[in-house]
Ligand binder design. Sequence first.
Ligand SMILES: [Zn+2]
Length: 271
Amino acid sequence: MREPTAPGGCRWRAVLVALCAVLAACAPLPQRAGVPTVWWPSPNLGERKPQYVILHYTGSDRAERALRALTDPAREVSAHYLVRRDGLIYQLVDERARAWHAGESRWGADTDLNSSSLGVEIDNDGREPFPESQVAALLALLRDIAARHRIPVANYLGHGDVAPRRKEDPGRLFPWRQLAQHGFGLWCDPPLPEPPVTFDVQLGLRAFGYDTGDLRAATHVFKLRFLPDDLTAASDDRMRATLYCLLQAAGRAGRSTASPAPAPPPASAGR
Ligand SMILES: [Zn+2]
């Protein structure tokens, strides 16, 4: 005699129970304390949001080589994104997770930039210009990031900015001025305002965000980014005026965030 078949509703319930069990197995477990605690979850929470975007060059001649390094457990380096020379964008790490791209770093009072930033690697060996297709893809990615995260305009930084003793990337050929024209990072063009005679470069660099523990290194990375045609070690009137202008621009920008849409190009100084 045949066993009676389960009514349709029961079969579906069994399938749903199995499905729920599978989904529960896939969902990430909450990170819990090591001591005994009562798990009493609150619905009042949100994702932690990045406050910075840190830009890098890979220092590599091929994206495949960089991809291997950025996914090799032994190398212990990663980034959220990698932008290839032809404009193809790889995402390697969930934006909610902490990627390992900045290392020991500082900007203003913020240390450990890995915890508060998204890392973007741009495939470039440090000696070549950045192709148009790559810059266009990077700008599209930054617009996309800006549409989802409230990153202050001044907080689009280079690796060298936050680690001046160790790093120079994304290097002197990176188009910072072009990025600033789209609202990502600050920039100053002549005519520059005259700083007061009491204006001190070291204090100014520190107020802008640089770690001036090694003033020579801080001056070097500042010039790589803002005065790439003058990489002499000394600070001069042009550097003083540029820095003074940038501090004024930072004051105006405050915590204003980048617009997801392209911003109009700056008329002159201080965007
Ligand atoms: Zn880097």
